[in-house]
Every structure is written in C-alpha cells, then in structure tokens.
Design a protein around this ligand. Structure first.
Ligand SMILES: Cc1cc2nc3c(=O)[nH]c(=O)nc-3n(C[C@H](O)[C@H](O)[C@H](O)COP(=O)(O)OP(=O)(O)OC[C@H]3O[C@@H](n4cnc5c(N)ncnc54)[C@H](O)[C@@H]3O)c2cc1C
Length: 548
C-alpha cells in the first residue's frame, strides 16, 4: 500500500544511518515518545519485541497537560515496570464538587472506596512531564528498545510485507531510512502518520475555547483554597479548579463570547480571572495556555501495517481527565496483539480487533466528557437553574454522588464472547499468595496471556484438564485465609477478598481473561468454559502461556 508521503530506499552514503551500531529494522516502530508512545514501547519491550521509538523533539514536552490518570493506566504502568517509580510524582485524585448557578452543591464525583478493584487508587493526580520522565527511564533501560530523539518522521511506505519509513535526524538534518514489521503513530494531535494513511478526524461536535492556568501556590496559603476539585457551573463564567501534586493548582476558565480567544495571555488578564481565589502575593503562574477543547475521533485507525494510537487517533475535552488515559488504553490494547502476531501466536486478523474495540470505547468516553462539558458550561442563567433543579431532583433533593470509575465503559465489540457474562469488563486485581507462599499482584503471576480464573468453591471437575489441553493457565481462587492442603497447585489465596465476591455478584464460577485483563467471557460450568475456549480458537488466536 502506497501512501502520499511514500519514500524511496536509501541511495547513497549521505542517507546511511550514522548510528551504524543500531538497528535498521524493528518488529515495531513507534513514532512519538509522548506518554502513549512510551507506554506502548515499554509494553512491547517487556514482551521481548525489538522496538524503535522516534520523536522529533529532543526532550520531554515540559509544560503540564494531563493532571490526572486512572487505575487502568496504572495497571499498564505496572505491566511495563514503571508503577513503583511513579510513586514520588503522584498523589490521590480528590473528589470533585459541582456547584450550581447559585453556589449550591449540585453533584459530587467521588472515587470507589477501598478495597480498590485494581489494587491501585482509582485515580491519581500527576504532572505529565514527571510521569513521562519515569516512563522514559523505564523504556530507556530496555535492551530491545532503541530510542531516537530529535528524529522526525517524514514519510512512510507500507508494501504489505513491512513498513519502510524516513526520519530526519538532528543535528545534521540528514534523512535516515528504517523498516519495521508494524508502525504505530503515537505522534500526537497533528500526526504525520495519520496524514500519511489519509485518516480523517471526525468531529463529535464540540469545540470550545478555554484558558488553562497552572500555578505554584505558596504552601502556607494552600489551606485558603478549596480542598476538593471543583466544577463551578456558573453561567457568568464556567470554570474548573483542580488540586494537583504538591503546591501545583490548576484553574480552567471558559472563554466568553467577545473575549480574545488566542494569542498572548497577559498576566493582568490571568490575575483578573484568578482574583477570586488567589493573588500574586501568594502564587506564581507556572504556565498558561489557551486551548480549543475538541471532541475528534479518527474515522480510520489503521491501514495495512500502520496504526494510530493516542492523540493522533482522538482528542477529547478534558472534563473527565481521560485524554491521555484513552491513549494509554490504546497502547495496552495494541501491545499484546502486536506481540502475539509478531511472535506467530495469532493470526494477523487479531490486529483488526484493535480498531473494533478501541474506537467505540473512545467514542463513548468522549461523548460523556462532552456531555459533562455542556452540563457545566451552561451560559443561560434560566437554563442553568433548571439544570441545577434537575440534578438535585435526580438525587432525591440533594446532590447525588457519582463514582468516577463507573462512568468508564468496558469493551463492547471485538475479541470478546459478547453474550457471555462479564464479557468486556476489566478483571479485578487483588494481591494473591500462590502455592509456594509467594505474594504478588494477580497480574504479576503470569506473563500476559489468556488465562482461566475459577472459584475454588465451585471446584469444577475437568477444568484443569480442559485448561491444559487448550494451553491456558489456570488460576484457582481461594479465599484469603490461605490455600488448604488439598487445594490444587494452581490455587492462589485472594488476600484482598476481591474475586470470589465478584464472581458471586455476577453469577459466574469463573472467567476466561485476556492478556490485557479484560474478560473474554464468564462461565458457570465446564461446558461454559469449553464453549469460550472453542470460540476463542475459532478466532485463530493460539494460547501458549509462558509462566512468569
Ligand atoms: C489542558 C489539558 C489538560 C489535559 N488533562 C488531561 C488529564 O487530566 N488526563 C488525561 O488523561 N489527559 C489529559 N490531557 C490530554 C493529554 O495531555 C494528551 O491526551 C496526551 O498528552 C496525549 O499523549 P500522546 O502520547 O498521544 O501525544 P503527545 O503527548 O502529544 O506526544 C506526541 C509526541 O509525538 C512527537 N511527534 C509529533 N510528530 C512527530 C513526527 N513527525 N516524528 C516524530 N515524532 C513526532 C511529539 O514531539 C511528541 O513528543 C490534557 C490535555 C490538555 C491540553
């Protein structure tokens, strides 16, 4: 397949790589070393694939953008080996209070109470550059991953057997040529890869100008500021306040009709916006930027051996804090599929399920962010009061509390047994103790692969033989009091008591889980488990688990 920026092969010395000790060919080329590219490279590197990462910038983009991410993201960081190192740079995300037109509480968005279903806090606050530094340090230490900074992708050609691509490298600005079995464009909102595959962005009809201001506040003044995150749903000027790590605080202000939308944001203008909360004697402006908050999703996420992930495929208004999280989910979804295909363990058709699964998920989440955006930014005072009355009525006269994580959907399309219970839902992750007495998190028991998790209580005869015949790891879940002498060797004790009540609540005795810890389907007996494995086999995905 030829794309409009097709390249030709190198013709002479001037185009030869100056990095002769480095690879010219990779299993996967990742274009863009933002959070999504770094996570994808880390997951692929952990899976043992050779990866070339190319970023046109020489360093991490230094300005804070994302100030929040969720437990799905942390689970991926755990998988790539970065979770522990992130700890000094993140803090728990505070609950959000929505205040209405007359200053009354109209809604609360809180987090799930412990025990947390994925072990990690449901939401964290962070500074994006600090998170990216940890991700990059983790990836940089992986021998199978080569990172090329100051290296701008200028063209690519997919010939059906692989992807050849050209990169302009600083400082000489010489063009180098590489190839890869697959190429993923994680190159952000103005993606060259997206243009190369001629994928259009479809608008989800949201385009609002906002100003985002990040401040470092005098620590002695912090207790004068709100202690929760706040959505000021005030028709005069909708705005948002977010408690970020340390003394970092963020305000976001809707730009009103008639106000300048772009260009220089004077300190005078910014302090006028901030004066209700803080003044220059108590804080320093770290950075301010005017944004158009968009809702855009690419119509096409893949073409032959080329894929899009992260902001190159979609952009969302930030009201749910899901922009980066969506991109990280893309990385998590694509990484295990690319690994299985490259390692010859799955048919290439598995890769088609990437777009099938991720596009509707991103659309649903973006739609929700857009709805929240409209809800909080009502400018008409009468309609704003009507909204407040409606929300309070929904809560039976007082503000209702929504759980943030419950707003994020599961997978609804793709490689799941759609009619089976729990299909497309994320598998909980308790701490477990295995038969050898080793404690670890559930995900860390095995290398990522399909596996069956079943209740010890059900004790389904024949399940072990079925799993063995299918080449799928079996995890028999016992309660937290410890495996008893007669428990099978694949037993683990659920130290957080998450899985058995979860099976029970959903009327299943076990689940077949995918390598990315989404549930393929739940089952109640041996026939159900057999039928799930049979369906999976028909998709020509082979299960050959490697024990950790
Ligand atoms: C104000 C604001 C608030 C936000 N808040 C949140 C939040 O709270 N939570 C959340 O989850 N998300 C949030 N986001 C979104 C989040 O910042 C982005 O979704 C995220 O940065 C996207 O990551 P990415 O890796 O896809 O792209 P980017 O971070 O944009 O990285 C793309 C990389 O590709 C490189 N590149 C571009 N072109 C080329 C090329 N031709 N060749 C080589 N390299 C190239 C760039 O140099 C860059 O390093 C927010 C965004 C904004 C603007």
């Amino acid at each position: 397949m030829n794309h409009d920026t097709a390249i030709s092969r190198p013709t002479g010395d001037s185009t030869q790589s100056t990095r002769s000790t480095l690879r010219q060919h990779f299993d996967v080329a990742v274009i863009g070393y933002g959070p999504v590219g770094a996570t994808l490279a880390g997951l692929l590197g952990r899976a043992g694939l050779t990866v070339g990462v190319f970023d046109k910038a020489g360093a991490i983009y230094p300005q804070p953008r994302a100030v929040g991410f969720d437990h799905d993201a942390m689970r991926l960081f755990q998988r790539m080996g970065a979770a522990q190192a992130l700890a000094p740079h993140i803090a728990d995300f505070r609950d959000s209070c929505y205040y209405g037109a007359d200053g009354q509480l109209i809604r609360k968005v809180a987090r799930l109470p412990p025990p947390f279903p994925l072990h990690w806090a449901p939401n964290y606050t962070c500074d994006q550059p600090a998170v990216e530094a940890v991700l990059r340090a983790t990836v940089d230490a992986m021998p199978a991953v080569e990172v090329h900074l100051d290296s701008c992708l200028t063209g690519l050609q997919d010939d059906g057997q692989g992807v050849r691509f050209a990169v302009r490298e600083a400082p000489a600005q010489s063009t180098q040529h590489y190839s890869a079995a697959y190429l993923v464009g994680c190159d952000g909102a103005s993606s060259t890869v997206r243009r190369s595959i001629r994928a259009e962005l479809a608008s989800m009809a949201y385009d609002e100008p906002w100003i985002v201001v990040d401040l470092h506040v005098d620590p002695a003044y912090l207790d004068q500021l709100p202690q929760t995150n706040v959505q000021y749903c005030e028709p005069q000027r909708p705005s948002t306040y977010i408690v970020c790590p340390g003394n970092h605080r963020r305000w976001e202000f809707m730009v009103l009709e008639g106000e300048p939308r772009e260009g220089e944001l004077s300190e005078q203008r910014l302090w006028a916006l901030l004066q209700r909360w803080v003044d220059p004697a108590h804080a320093r402006i770290w950075r301010a930027a005017a944004y158009r908050f968009h809702a855009l999703v690419a119509r096409q996420w893949d073409s032959g051996r080329v894929f899009l992930a992260g902001d190159s495929a979609h952009q969302t208004p930030p009201f749910l804090g899901q922009g980066m999280c969506q991109g990280l989910r893309d990385a998590g979804n694509l990484a295990w599929k690319l690994a299985m295909v490259v390692q010859g363990r799955a048919d290439t058709r598995l890769l088609q399920t990437y777009t099938e699964e991720r596009r509707p998920h991103v659309q649903a989440t973006t739609l929700l962010a857009k709805e929240i955006g409209y809800l909080l930014s009502e400018r008409d005072p009468l309609r704003a009061r009507a909204r407040d009355a409606r929300l309070l009525a929904e809560g039976g006269g007082s503000a209702r509390t929504l759980i943030r994580q419950e707003m994020i959907p599961g997978i609804t399309h793709g490689l799941i047994a759609a009619d089976a219970p729990l299909a497309g839902v994320t598998l909980p992750q308790p701490r477990v103790r295995n038969a050898d007495g080793r404690n670890c998190l559930l995900d860390d028991l095995h290398e990522p692969d399909f596996r069956i998790l079943a209740s010890r209580r059900a004790d389904i005869p024949g399940l072990r033989e079925l799993a063995q015949a299918a080449g799928v790891a079996l995890v028999v879940v016992c309660n937290g009091s410890g495996a008893a002498g007669d428990d099978p060797p694949e037993s683990v004790s659920d130290l957080d008591g998450l899985l058995l009540p979860w099976f029970e609540a959903h009327g299943v005795q076990g689940v077949l889980a995918r390598p990315d810890h989404y549930v393929y389907g739940g089952f109640t007996d041996l026939a159900g488990a057999r039928s799930l494995l049979h369906m999976l086999e028909n998709t020509r995905v082979r299960c050959t688990p490697a024990l950790a």
